[in-house]
Design a binder for this molecule. Structure first.
Ligand code: 1GP
Length: 239
């Protein structure tokens, strides 16, 4: 299957997508069976795997369990090059365009490229924009970059557009995992209207209302991490 072709097709048909983000560092390995059941019962279309501090053997462990027990595509969402498992289906090849730290703009990508070229992973170039969301999140601390001002919509749109023009196939608007405030609706609306490629939105979305607000504003794919991690019945309670 071609992950990107599927995302594009969904966008063209206005079919909304949903990813569950799993951080291998936060998995309760003793309850893996329950986790897999809940994922299979959820409306998710994708599983993203990644985190800020994860070690690679845990990534392989989680990805192989997911490949065995779930039918959803597994997409890596790496915080650094050590978080690549060739057992996954694809990878969001992120460039942190909101920041000015060369390591996260191009350095880590150079480190990862030889392994990716050898692998069968589908590589999806993704412009990654961190939006200010109240208190500092892990992405901000780990990347040592400043998020974009959530009120400066024009600058956020220009950054997303530059990402598209540089050849990225997706734009990811990120408030940060566990963010106090999700990406503002007017930001999602303006970016969705300003680009032609699919738009991912995540960070701090905690309920059905938040998911639907992001979709209505123009998000093609919404990412849920913390809310599901904290309550495996999240999707049952938020239909
Ligand atoms: C983080 O966008 C994702 O990269 C998900 O964030 O954990 O807040 O759902 P949450």
């Amino acid at each position: 299957t071609n992950l990107y072709a599927h995302i594009r097709l969904a966008k063209s048909q206005n079919q909304k997508l949903l990813a569950i983000l799993l951080d291998p560092d936060k998995i309760d390995w003793d309850r893996l069976g329950v986790l897999m059941d809940r994922i299979n019962q959820s409306p998710a279309s994708h599983i993203f795997v990644g985190g800020s501090h994860v070690e690679s053997n845990q990534i392989d462990h989680l990805v192989s369990a997911l490949k065995e027990k779930c039918s959803l595509p597994v997409v890596l969402f790496p915080g650094n090059p050590s978080q690549i498992s060739t057992l996954a289906d694809g990878i969001l090849f992120l460039s942190l365009l909101s920041g000015r730290n060369p390591d996260f703009l191009i350095g880590h990508q150079v480190q990862a490229a030889p392994l990716l070229k050898q692998s069968t992973l589908e590589v999806i170039p993704t412009g990654y924009l961190l939006i200010e969301s109240g208190t500092a999140t892990a992405v901000e601390k780990v990347s040592r970059t400043t998020p974009l001002d959530r009120n400066n919509v024009a600058h956020i749109v220009a950054t997303a557009q530059a990402g598209e023009l540089l050849g990225n196939r997706l734009i990811y608007l990120e408030a940060g995992s566990g963010a106090d405030l999700p990406v503002p609706v007017p930001v999602i609306e303006a970016v969705a209207q300003g680009i032609d490629i699919p738009l991912i939105v995540g960070g701090g979305i905690r309920n059905r209302k938040g998911i639907d607000a992001a979709y209505a504003a123009g998000a093609d794919l919404v990412v849920i991490g913390t809310a599901f991690e904290n309550d495996l019945d999240f999707f049952e309670k938020n239909k």
